[in-house]
Design a protein around this ligand. Structure first.
Ligand SMILES: Nc1ncnc2c1ncn2[C@@H]1O[C@H](COP(=O)(O)OP(=O)(O)OP(=O)(O)O)[C@@H](O)[C@H]1O
Ligand SMILES: O=P(O)(O)OC[C@H]1O[C@H](OP(=O)(O)OP(=O)(O)O)[C@H](O)[C@@H]1O
Ligand SMILES: O=C(O)c1cccnc1
Ligand SMILES: [Mg+2]
Length: 606
């Protein structure tokens, strides 16, 4: 059992007395171990479930005007779109074309971050948007006030009564590994309806998939046993950017977040330490108003501050540090934090000097906690050379643990933070380090390496007739018509390629050789004999209802992790990865290229 698990079963009482403040809705994972119920005076750190947790949660939800777990952010609404969608909707309506049946594909053209894979995310939010699609009368009033006077009144009535019951939405499951050009979502229905969805669906998928992919790349860059925490809220692009980042970083493989609202809304483990302000808020041991701690077992009141000072002397002797060299305000801060959270001391040790002050102060308080039958959790490094410092700190944990006869000191957790990005994680793994947990904010949530995923939403069929969009840049030519999508696996269980077929083509069969074609290059073709085939689309929305059970975020996270295991390692490697093949069947290839030729006017040389 390691220190992390042991601290979960500890139970404590403190000595002070004043009015009780119930904070019993705090998530069970706070900060690095289970603390399910807190009250400020006689804090009970109990591992039993909180009896009133459900009631408390629902009270909070009632008060929470933003959203609850099953709802959606109130900003996701029909007006969260570009003006041109509403302009086109009117023009379709005015031209009496609005009921023509359209098919749109939502896809991207290039994987982000120089990689060769992307995690698809945001589907559940798209479905909730479609489910709840309804213009509010105030929206209509607003549109009337901004659109030209001649826009006919019946159009506004039509908008007011609009819902998405007549459309169908097919998609690959959320958390699936996806690649350029495969339609992630296919929307079918009247062009009026399907056109109106474009911007919002793109908005809901683009950042979600980008940040989930970023998180997955950070996860790949760190050894599997390292814990990754998302600390980005303060640096994220606004409140929704922060909340979405926490949600989708968890989907992409992070283990927890510091974002408390994300914890509540999405059931993500919330974790955290403390900031420099807490350390610098104490100048000396005289600042300690509360100096005692009750022994966990005997309940006897112990002079905790004095014990810390006494053990600082002993630690100083072991580590060859004069007690005067350490900052006593820092010692007071750690001691007071330990009095507040005797089962959860994770001290930020870089405010003054990691090795000369923060570390000995932490070890002194950890030893004093031991004296009261508690165990500290560890420390956080937030500056300097994180590899070097973690190794030095670990050495001193071991040395001190030996001298005190406390082997669990060896395993104190080391958390590292400070401007960490994917390259830092890769470099740290190469250097060797003794970090257990990374806290990562800015570069994760803002997607430092690439600001946006370029998902697009393109018309591929109207009134039963396939549509193609031609471009000088062949990569931008659309693949016309309604299509199906299959993932073909080889004998080793790894994905060989994705195969797009015309909608009415037979499903590729296991063991049956099939010609797969590069979408734009005649010469690039190969036979593939599948060991197994997965059909990637599911019908998620039809007849005015969500047709598939929507998995919990945790399940999507597990599915996404598993998806990455089915890719060859050369496709997921960080540097110059091999592109994954997205192919067309011969029929689809010929169909596309005939339409392409027919659609391009023949020029004349003069
Ligand atoms: N061993 C390491 N290998 C690679 N990068 C590292 C290593 N240790 C730390 N880093 C990274 O190097 C950068 C150091 O940041 P910076 O130059 O601002 O120094 P700092 O330690 O934060 O200094 P300050 O004390 O002034 O805040 C951070 O981005 C950090 O993640
Ligand atoms: O570095 P990030 O990956 O964004 O991780 C989150 C950062 O947020 C906190 O810093 P704080 O806001 O206190 O400012 P600082 O940069 O001065 O440490 C924390 O100490 C981390 O350094
Ligand atoms: O809990 C922490 O240590 C934390 C949280 C957010 C940002 N930086 C650090
Ligand atoms: Mg920082």
């Amino acid at each position: 059992m390691n220190i992390f698990e042991e601290s979960k079963v500890l139970d404590s009482h403190l000595s002070s007395e004043s009015t009780t403040i119930e904070l019993s809705c705090l998530e069970s994972s706070y900060p690095f171990s289970t603390v399910q119920q807190l009250s400020r005076t006689t804090p009970e750190y109990s591992s039993s479930p909180i009896p009133n947790f459900d009631r408390c949660n629902s009270q909070l939800n009632e008060k929470n005007t933003l959203m609850s777990a099953s709802e959606q952010s109130s900003v996701v609404q029909p007006l969260l779109t570009d003006l041109y969608q509403i302009s086109m909707a009117y023009a379709y309506w005015k031209g009496n074309k609005h009921t023509e049946m359209a098919t749109f594909d939502l896809y991207f053209r290039k994987n982000p971050f120089g990689g060769e894979y992307t995690l698809f995310a945001g589907l559940e939010e798209c479905l909730k948007f479609i489910r709840d699609y309804k213009f509010d009368p105030s929206d209509i009033l607003y549109l009337r006030s901004v659109l030209p006077d001649y826009v006919e009144a019946e159009f506004f009535d039509y908008l007011l009564n609009l819902n998405m019951n007549d459309i169908k939405l097919y998609a690959v499951p959320e958390g699936t590994v996806v690649f350029p050009r495969i339609p992630l979502i296919r929307v079918e229905g009247p062009i009026f309806h399907t056109q109106l969805l474009e911007t919002t669906l793109l908005n809901l998928v683009n950042f979600a998939s980008l940040v989930a992919t970023n998180a997955a790349r950070f996860r790949q860059a760190a050894p599997a046993q390292k814990v990754l925490l998302e600390f980005g809220l303060r640096r994220a692009q606004g409140p929704d950017g922060g909340l979405s980042a926490s949600k989708y970083c968890y989907l992409g493989g992070f283990d927890g977040t510091s974002n408390v609202l994300a914890g509540k809304l999405y059931d993500i483990p919330i974790k955290g330490t403390h900031a420099h302000a807490y350390v610098s808020s104490y100048e000396s041991m005289d600042d300690l108003n509360e100096r005692n701690l009750r022994d966990r077992i005997s309940r006897e009141v112990r002079p905790f501050a004095d014990l810390c000072l006494q053990y600082l002397n002993e630690v100083g002797k072991i580590l060859n540090i004069l007690p005067d060299e350490t900052n006593k305000g820092e010692l007071a801060a750690f001691a007071s934090y330990a009095i507040a959270f005797p089962t959860n001391l994770l001290a930020l040790v870089d405010t003054y000097d990691v090795l000369k002050s923060g570390l000995p102060n932490f070890l002194a308080v950890a030893r004093a906690l031991h004296e009261c039958n508690y165990k500290a959790i560890g420390l956080r490094l937030d500056s300097g050379d994180l590899a070097y410092l973690s190794l030095e700190v670990r050495k001193r944990f071991i040395e001190t643990g030996q001298k005190f006869g406390l082997p669990y000191f060896n395993d104190f957790q080391i958390v590292a933070s400070n401007d960490i990005n994917e390259d830092t994680l890769i470099s740290l793994a190469k250097q060797g380090n003794s970090i257990d947990t990374f806290g990562i904010g800015t570069h994760l949530v803002t997607c430092q390496k690439q600001a946006a995923l370029g998902c697009v939403y393109k018309l591929v069929e109207l009134a039963g007739i396939p549509r193609i969009k031609i471009s000088q840049d062949v990569e931008k030519v659309t693949i016309p018509g309604r299509k199906n999508l299959y993932r073909v696996y080889g004998h080793d269980g790894k994905a060989l390629c994705d195969l797009l077929t015309k909608f009415d083509e037979p499903v590729p069969q296991k063991g049956v050789k099939i010609l797969s074609r590069h979408p734009f290059s005649d010469q690039r073709r190969a036979y593939v004999t599948p060991s197994s085939v997965t059909s990637l689309y599911k019908l998620y929305w039809a007849d005015g209802e969500i047709k598939e059970p929507l998995p919990a975020l945790k399940q999507i996270r597990e599915y996404a992790t598993d998806q990455l295991l089915h890719l060859r390692t050369d496709i997921v490697r960080d540097l110059n990865p091999t592109p994954y093949k997205v192919s067309l069947t011969n029929d689809l290839f010929n169909f596309m290229h005939e339409l392409w030729i027919r659609s391009v006017p023949i020029g004349e040389l003069n």
